[in-house]
Design a protein around this ligand. Structure first.
Ligand code: GDP
Length: 460
């Protein structure tokens, strides 16, 4: 079938001399690529985006809010980003907050200040005029609902994300553009207060909202956001025509997707690369490369089934050694749940993303183990499967583990795949075979330069 012509067809293409396989395939320059997670989030997407952003013109956040974070280590220091795209540290990139994001304006403004206060040059930031705003009452409703649910809560970070997306789809959300139309804004706020106040009074028994007060807050938000507002989809259309390289940066991972994840223990916006087109406002066929980030072991935050989870001293040791300075939430500081690499979940996670490349991260951390267990199947009702089940079956799944020999040494600093210890390469290759997607990048440290590019036999 003939595919629709791309906007950039016929324009002069850039070429890259280094790592060209990651930027070109079949002699076509890949201009729009997505960096997304295969699992429960915290796979190291921030680091991979930061590394790839060196050769990108634009980095776009397309979903989620300030409820999760990326940790980035670079020459300016160590940063936890919650809303800003991971390209903000380069002078040459434009950082975009797409329409799909839950925009918390004061948090965005604070985050910009927090990086410029540490000598990072002021980044060029654009915010979609169609982006919707996390309202102060979304945060309150998140807290009130968690209180009401008590022990049956969904483990929300209480940043207002679920109430925000509920309102967006209930069509009572506020777009950034509406901040600039006072009549529309006033009328909408009055209407919202009417419905919210019924719930506040009768369900939560909390103080009512005041439309006038909210209007004053929105005027402050308007001043804060005005310098960044842009018609992002038109901007990106032109950028693609001009041959610019665009990275779409996802938050969390496949297993937190509301449709394909471990519902209801999921996030409220799609974490899939496919949603990148919607949340940025570009044609889906422009996304030519989907880099799915998988961590060399598993971690998860919040409640929900986690089949390869480990506990006790074994988990404590991996948590302490994991990531860069331990596996604790970048936004919440919560200790992450730990587990062995899960081939079943990762194969599924990669499939739903539409993976063209796997970036395999945090491999260096496993160097302390004599043997490394890997989850190669799930046993559900006495049957072993390698297909990721729906949530009600997942609760019953037990891991089928296989032990692989460890390599017992430090691998940070190694630049060539062939120079990794044999058992380390065997670990990578075993996992690649199990998940069935090409591992073309191996990350062996938190820094930008800690990256090994690899030719995968699956691409031959
Ligand atoms: P994200 O949300 O997917 O960006 O992931 P997080 O930032 O929450 O978690 C990844 C953690 O691992 C961060 O602390 C990173 O600095 C760190 N990290 C990323 N890649 C590597 C790696 O290859 N090795 C080590 N040791 N740490 C890494």
């Amino acid at each position: 079938m003939k595919r629709a012509p791309c906007l950039h067809e016929g324009v002069l293409r850039k070429t890259y001399d280094e790592h060209s396989d990651l930027f070109m395939r079949n002699k076509e320059v890949i201009m729009v690529k997505a960096v997304v997670g295969a699992n429960w989030g915290d796979e190291g997407k921030g680091k991979i985006t930061d590394t790839l952003a060196e050769k990108a013109d634009i980095v776009v956040r397309f979903q989620g809010g300030a409820n999760a974070g990326h940790t980035i280590v670079n020459n300016y220091g160590k940063f936890a980003l919650h809303t800003l795209p991971s390209g903000v540290f380069y002078g040459h990139t434009t950082s975009i907050i797409g329409n799909g994001v839950a925009l918390n304006i004061p948090i965005l403004v604070d985050e910009i200040k927090s990086i410029t206060d540490r000598d990072v040059p002021k980044p060029k930031i654009l915010v979609s005029d169609r982006c919707q705003i996390v309202m102060p009452y979304h945060i309150l409703f998140d807290q009130y609902e968690e209180e009401r649910l008590g022990g049956k809560s969904f483990g929300s970070t209480k940043s207002g994300i679920a109430p925000f997306y509920s309102d967006k789809y209930a069509k009572i959300g506020l777009q950034v553009s509406e901040l600039f139309d006072e009549d529309v804004l006033k009328e909408k706020l009055e209407r919202v207060c009417e419905t919210k106040n019924v719930l506040l009074e009768h369900l939560y028994h909390k103080p009512a909202l005041d439309a006038e007060e909210l209007f004053a807050t929105m005027q402050q938000y308007r001043e804060m956001i005005a310098p960044y507002v842009c018609d992002v989809s038109s901007y990106l259309e032109q950028a693609i025509k001009d041959g610019k390289t665009v990275l779409l940066e996802g938050q969390l991972g496949t297993l937190k997707d509301p449709d394909h994840g471990i519902y209801p223990m999921v996030t409220s916006s799609s974490t899939l690369a496919a949603y990148g087109a919607i949340g940025a406002g570009i044609p889906p066929y422009e996304i030519k490369q989907i880099i799915t980030v998988c961590k060399a072991y598993s971690s998860a935050v919040g409640a929900g089934a986690f089949v390869s989870e480990i506990f006790g001293d074994e988990a404590d040791e991996l948590r302490r050694r994991g990531g860069d300075g331990g596996e604790f939430g970048a936004t919440t500081g919560r200790p992450r749940r730990m587990g062995w690499f899960d081939c079943v979940a990762s194969k599924y996670g990669c499939r739903l993303q539409g993976t063209t490349d796997v970036a395999f991260t945090v491999l260096d951390v496993l160097g302390y183990l004599d043997e490394i267990p890997v989850c190669v199947g799930y046993e559900v009702d006495g049957q072993v499967t390698t297909d990721f089940p729906v949530t009600c079956k997942l609760q019953k799944a037990k891991p089928v583990l296989k032990n692989l020999p460890g390599w017992k040494c430090e691998i940070r600093g190694i630049k060539k795949y062939e120079e990794l210890p044999e058992n380390c390469r065997k670990y990578v290759e075993f996992i690649e075979e199990q998940i069935g997607y090409p591992i073309t990048m191996v990350s062996n440290g938190p820094g930008r330069e800690d990256i090994i590019y690899r030719e995968s036999p699956l691409n031959k």
